[in-house]
Every structure is written in C-alpha cells, then in structure tokens.
Design a protein around this ligand. Structure first.
Ligand code: GTP
Ligand code: MG
Ligand code: ZN
Length: 293
C-alpha cells in the first residue's frame, strides 16, 4: 500500500501524486456504498501493480472540504471576480464569502479584467475595494497580460494549498496560465449574448505553482446556504461578528432586537448598507429553508 494525494479527478479516474508521478486510480465501490467519495486534495492509501490502474483503498481524515468546488484539505480560496464581463456583483461576492467563512476557509479576493474599466467605473469600484479591505479581506487586482501578478501572488501562494473559485468566464484559468505560461490551459471568451462564461474548465486539478498547490476549477454561480444555521450567519460577516460583542442580547440576529450594535453601526454609516441588506436577504433564505430530516 502506498500513500499519495489526489491531484486531479477526471472521467471517473483519480490521479494520485506520488514521488513526482501521477498514478491513475479508480475509486472503490465501498466509497459509493458508504456515501463517501474521494475528492481532489484528499490524502489516500492506494494499491497499484504493474501497468494497471490503481485502486484507492482509504481516504485519510480531511482538514476541511468544500462542496462547490469539490475539493478537500485547502488552506485558502482565491475568489476570482471579474470587474466586467461578467460585471462585478457584490451580492454574489458576499455569497461566496459567506460560504467560505462558514467552512473556515480563508478567502482572498482577486479582481480580474481591471483593464476593461473606464475611469468613472474605476472610481466606483475603488469604493467597494476600500469597503472590503476595511472588513479585513486581502484584495489583489489584475488585468490582461499582468506582468507583476507572479511576484504579487508568490507570497500568497507559497507553501499553501489554494483553490480558485468563481463564476464561469471570470478568468480563473487565464490567471493560472499567467503564472505558468507553459500550462496552456484552455480558456474562452464569454458569451456576449448571455453575458456569462461558457464553462470551459470541466474538472478540478491541483497544480504546483509558486511553491504551493493551486487548483483550477469549473466556474459556478449559484449557492444555497443549506449548511449554514441562522445563528451562524453573523460569524460569516467578520465586521458584524466583531460588533456583536456590543449587542445587548447574546445570539442577537441584528434584525429587531433592541440595543443592537450592528444596527447602531449601520445608522452611523460605519458599515455599508449593501452588506447589511445582503445579510438580511441571506438570513431570510435560511429562515425560509425547508426543514431537513
Ligand atoms: N480583458 C481581460 N480579459 C481577461 C482577463 N482575464 C481573463 N480574460 C478573458 O476572459 C475570458 C474567460 O477566461 P477563462 O480563464 O476561460 O475563465 P474561467 O474563469 O477559467 O472560466 P471557466 O473555466 O468557464 O470557469 C477569456 O477570453 C480570457 O481571455 C483580464 O484580466 N482582462
Ligand atoms: Mg477555466
Ligand atoms: Zn445585534
């Protein structure tokens, strides 16, 4: 039995990295029966003889796992958002941030296609960037043929396992190609009639870059908060979490409760209105969720 890490999953095969090689493996029926499935990022025990396919025998306990994109054992997520094509959208950004916070995965925001902005659009965007920086999020801006991207991402990626996440067409594969030009990952123009990407990347793959591992993933855009409880939502808004120590009631949901520090901050313009509105909307979605049995 040998041990390695799944670096790629494609067409029913798992590619396990061991000693500089990728070993093509199949999962075993037992995983399906137990409702378990191996994920990219998993450390596994596998067997393999001669030239035949290997078999994954055991999945080691995971540090964490994401559902979308499906990946395990990651240190951080690079949330890729284009500022245009598709247009920047704070509610979608907040959805991604909330889901990552709930999985305790550190988000880093990467804004792509800065070259497509007109001057007045850039000014407007800068206000959002300042808001998110104030919350504490790291933001990396990038543009077409970005020559300095590598040096700016190196310290972020070094020694870490990271995943690229974001809608189709925002430039995840392009970003990896900029870091490693010989990769030549397939990318494609967004569909201008639909204003969205074409789902060019179809699988998850961890790639060695900048002294760390970075996963390219297929784009996705919808989320439901099916694993988040209403009491937990506050902690997924870091600025609310910090303020809520000052709320009169423990477990304050910052809606109708008296002496709520979050609402006071909102009235004093210390938190942006749109963040609070998104919080309200997400909370309502959680409250409207059908009970699970
Ligand atoms: N102008 C400009 N175009 C960019 C930039 N980054 C990516 N693009 C273009 O955006 C389109 C989509 O890029 P991809 O890298 O395929 O996007 P993706 O996020 O990998 O998309 P999926 O694989 O479908 O999830 C391509 O035509 C890229 O050339 C950028 O910084 N500036
Ligand atoms: Mg792609
Ligand atoms: Zn409150």
């Amino acid at each position: 039995m040998a041990e390695g890490q799944i670096r790629k999953a494609l067409s029913g095969y798992y590619y396990v990295y061991q000693n500089g090689e990728l070993i093509q493996c199949r999962g075993r029926g037992v995983f399906r029966n137990r409702g378990e499935s191996p994920l990219v990022g998993d450390f596994v025990d596998y067997t393999q003889e001669g030239d035949s396919d290997g078999y994954i025998m055991k999945i080691h306990p995971r540090m964490n796992e994401l559902v979308r994109p499906p990946i395990a054992n990651i240190d951080q997520a690079i949330l890729v958002f284009s500022v245009k094509e598709p247009d920047f959208n704070t509610i979608l950004l907040d959805r991604f941030l909330v889901v990552l916070e709930s999985f305790h995965v550190k988000p880093i925001i990467c804004l792509t296609k800065m070259d497509l902005l007109k001057e007045e659009e850039r000014v407007k965007l800068t206000r959002y960037i300042d808001d998110y920086k104030l919350i504490g999020y790291e933001i990396i801006e990038t543009y077409k043929n970005d020559k300095t991207l590598l040096e700016r991402l190196q310290p972020v990626l070094e020694g870490k396992t990271s995943v690229l996440a974001g809608q189709s067409g925002v430039g995840k594969s392009t970003l990896l190609n900029t870091l490693l030009p010989h990769l030549e990952l397939q990318t494609s123009d967004i569909s201008h009639s639909l204003g969205r990407g074409k789902h060019t990347t179809r699988h998850v793959e961890l790639i060695e870059v900048c002294g760390g591992l970075l996963a390219d993933t297929p784009g996705f855009s919808s989320f439901d908060f099916d694993t988040i409880e209403k009491e937990e939502l506050t902690s997924c808004f870091p600025e609310f979490e910090r303020l809520s120590e000052g709320c009169k009631f423990r477990g304050c949901l910052h809606i109708k409760e008296p002496k709520c520090a979050v609402k006071t901050a909102l009235e004093k313009d210390q938190i942006p209105t749109y963040r609070y509105e998104h919080y309200q909307q997400f909370l309502q979605e959680i409250l409207d969720r059908k009970p699970r049995y």
